[in-house]
Write a protein that binds this ligand. Structure first.
Ligand code: ATP
Length: 262
């Protein structure tokens, strides 16, 4: 049993997040087709596949943002099929989004204070009691430090560089103290330096928790993933270690063959 900074325990070898026969139809179009997925507790699990493979739809299903047409979802053995995102979040599953959703005129510290207050049931109130929020400052600053933004804690988020904004979003997900963290394209649109920084950051935050991420960058996948699931046309094409799926002929043909740098 290992322990995260926030006290979260993982049980290696057990399954944190699982899907069975997960299927999603959009007006007759089957975007996800009977997907079986087991994410082992404490592992970093990558979801890869060409555009339109169904990765984001699968993320949305696993986090309750859309309801499956059929199939089941369990988190630490508990059936959460059809539950609302808030309920799934209460079971310790938190996600980031592909698109940034920060407030330009709030500082990283203010973002974190609000997120921590929201987690404690305060909701994202726009009238903010300065005293109430100050109670969250210590934890807010710890999270800011953890994602490498300590020097920028009091700057308006609108002034942050792209990679710094993505780091702040990561801190906002961490504020929920998730046991399972889903990251949708954490390095999308980043230059090489930010990519390396993000790899190091995900490695740090994966200590003592489970991470599932989608990324098109095979260097990121190879650097981080304990396990890789390859999707294609809504189905699981292959599943295994990075080395195993890289060597899989179907994967080479269907996906990695497209990537000259894979
Ligand atoms: N709300 C929707 N209504 C209809 N079709 C949808 C909807 N959402 C996704 N799709 C379709 O489902 C398929 C899978 O899309 P999805 O976004 O899950 O793929 P992806 O693997 O995440 O792709 P990318 O790598 O480009 O993000 C695509 O053909 C897409 O057009």
């Amino acid at each position: 049993m290992s322990q995260a900074e926030d006290g979260t325990a993982v049980r290696p070898g057990t399954v944190a997040l699982s899907a069975r026969g997960l299927t999603k139809d959009f007006r007759g179009f089957r975007a996800v087709k009977g997907v079986d997925l087991d994410v082992v507790d404490g592992q970093v699990h990558a979801l890869v596949g060409p555009n339109g493979a169904g990765k984001t739809t699968l993320f949305n299903l696993l986090t309750g943002f859309i309801r499956p047409t059929s199939g089941t979802i369990t988190v630490h053995g508990k059936d959460l099929t059809g539950k609302e995102p808030e309920e799934i979040a209460r079971e310790g599953v938190a996600r980031s989004f592909q698109i940034t959703s920060l407030f330009d005129n709030l500082t990283p510290r203010e973002h974190l204070e609000l997120a921590l207050q929201g987690r404690d049931g305060g909701g994202l109130r726009f009238w903010r009691s300065a005293n109430l929020l100050r109670g969250y400052r210590g934890r807010a600053d710890e999270l800011i430090e953890q994602v490498g933004l300590a020097d920028l804690a009091a700057r308006p988020a609108g002034e942050l560089a792209y990679g710094q904004k993505r780091a702040l979003e990561m801190a906002l997900v961490l504020a929920l103290d998730p046991t399972v963290m889903l990251l949708d394209e954490p390095t999308a649109g980043m230059g090489r330096e930010d990519v390396e920084r993000t790899i190091a950051l995900v490695r740090r935050i994966a200590q003592g928790r489970t991470v599932v991420f989608v990324d098109h960058n095979m260097h990121v996948v190879g650097s981080l993933a304990d396990h890789v699931t390859v999707m294609m046309s809504g189905e699981v094409l292959a599943s295994g270690t990075y080395e195993q799926v890289r060597a899989d002929r179907r994967v080479i043909t269907a996906y990695l063959g497209e990537e000259s740098h894979a």
